[in-house]
Design a protein around this ligand. Sequence first.
Ligand code: ZN
Length: 162
Amino acid sequence: MSGLEDLYREIILDHYRNPRNRGELPSPPAARVEGFNPLCGDEIVVYLQLDDPSKGDDAIVSEVRIGGQGCSISQSSASMMSAAITGRTVAEVKDLTRSFKAMMSIHEGELDGGEPASAADADPGESRLGDLEALRGVVKFPVRIKCATLSWNTLLQAIDEA
Ligand code: ZN
């Protein structure tokens, strides 16, 4: 297990040190949304460009840029997110967001000594999370869960505004 934790730590640090899609996009046309996690002081700015917003859930994420600053968890989560959603449709991005948040909340429930979420809630798409799986370990530190989900909540807002 420690070998896996080391791997996860390496992935997180790699994204923190070499963040993907760092920068800005002209807004408009890109949607620009800021997110803030007061518990930790994390700040995330998501710039989201869709190919054609009129297509709704079928629109494709053509470009994403991430700004802001904060702890390694918040910044690496944003970096992984930006890599995972580029080129996906809005529907796929929403699915992925659900999977990621389910991974976080399932474990959050276990920490509280509660029953793990039901199989129906455990999205089978979890296996698509790739590098994002590395953030699984974060749930051992419940106060950091908001660090990990900050960029995703900010992204959902950006989708609404795109
Ligand atoms: Zn944080």
